[in-house]
Design a protein around this ligand. Structure first.
Ligand SMILES: NC(=O)c1ccc[n+]([C@@H]2O[C@H](COP(=O)([O-])OP(=O)(O)OC[C@H]3O[C@@H](n4cnc5c(N)ncnc54)[C@H](OP(=O)(O)O)[C@@H]3O)[C@@H](O)[C@H]2O)c1
Length: 309
């Protein structure tokens, strides 16, 4: 029996062989749970797919992988790991994997906030039957800031609710407004959904001045990254009752006990769970299967992170 394991590129994945299904025969694919132990073959790994949610510790291991060529992460926003990828190693992100899951959460946060679900949940705890009139999503103007993979999925899901959707991206194009137009667009928006990457340009984009441009009573939904918004300015605007907020991501994370965001009226919080749903794994598997096919065939990989991405 010829042992081919030494000459085929070694791929570590967090998926079982059964889940992943057939893989290109040019590759040696091993299921590895890096949260438990690091196999001795660590110095032979060429293609690494870390487990979702455990990627951060894994980046400290890369120095032990001299033959590493590709790291395929399952999350989309790679701002905190880019600097940890060694020179010459290609980083691919999970663009597409999160579209359904995060778009669903954006809609959930928007609808729940508009229709007052957090308040009704508190009333339910007290067994109180108290009706109130609330803004509907129908007929509202919704700015979707970031019109990439997830932003488009959010737009598609907003349209059947009869909302007037205005997509905004870094670069203006037909049907999409440019980010420099935000100051003029904000006063007319009832809901602003943030779904852009955290980059040097977007850090602090929603500062006190930008928040002040928002229409009184408007809702800011952040499913992007906490640091796109100036937290102190947001807390101040919400405490004054000028705007409301629904936040899956905050700055800092995790939000420490006692932070004013926990108790500010009109703020709905979820603990960065945009991707924490059943929708992720099947989509991550689809992406990894396609990446392995391309890698084995010598074709360009998808989702290669470069520039401001
Ligand atoms: N809450 C969660 O759990 C969760 C889950 C997944 C992802 N995310 C966050 O969502 C982000 C977007 O993911 P994606 O897969 O949709 O990314 P994507 O496909 O790369 O799209 C990014 C979009 O943002 C726009 N953009 C970039 N910089 C901008 C700026 N300074 N101002 C305005 N727009 C800007 C881009 O504009 P152009 O089209 O003009 O280039 C593009 O439309 C990720 O980076 C991540 O931080 C959060």
């Amino acid at each position: 029996v010829t042992d081919r394991s030494d000459d085929r590129p070694l791929v570590w994945v967090p998926f079982s062989a059964e889940e992943l299904g057939p893989v290109p025969e040019e590759l040696e694919v091993a299921t590895v749970d890096l949260t438990r132990d690091v196999p001795d073959t660590v110095d032979r790994v060429r293609f690494l797919v870390p487990e979702y949610g455990f990627e951060f510790g894994v980046f400290d291991l890369l120095g032990r992988m001299p033959r590493l060529e590709v790291v395929q992460v399952q999350f989309a926003g790679v701002e905190s790991v880019r600097g940890k990828v060694p020179e010459g190693v290609t980083l691919c992100n999970g663009r597409g994997v999160h579209d359904a899951s995060t778009a669903e959460l954006a809609l959930t946060l928007t609808l729940a906030s508009l229709r007052g679900i957090p308040g009704y949940t508190r009333l339910q705890d007290q067994q109180r039957w108290e009706r109130s009139w609330r803004p509907a999503l129908a007929d509202r103007t919704v700015l979707v800031v970031g019109h990439g993979s997830i932003g488009q999925a959010i737009e598609e899901r907003l349209r059947p609710f009869e909302a007037n959707v205005v997509p905004v991206a870094r670069t203006a194009r037909p049907g999409v407004r440019g980010v420099e137009e935000l100051p003029e667009l904000l006063p007319d928006a009832d809901v602003v959904i943030l779904i852009l990457p955290l980059t040097e340009d977007s850090r602090g984009l929603f500062d006190a001045e930008m928040i002040a441009r928002m229409r009184p009573g408007a809702l800011l939904v952040n499913v992007a990254r906490g640091a796109v918004v100036d937290t102190d300015a947001l807390v101040a605007a919400c405490q004054e009752g000028r705007i409301g907020a629904a936040l899956d991501v905050v700055d800092p994370e995790p939000l420490p006990p006692g932070h004013p965001l926990w108790t500010t009226p009109g703020v709905l919080l979820t603990p960065h769970v945009g991707g924490a749903s059943s929708a992720i794994r099947p989509r991550a598997l689809r992406l990894v299967r396609e990446q392995l096919r391309r890698y084995a065939a010598g074709e360009p990989l998808l989702n290669v992170v470069s520039g401001a991405y």
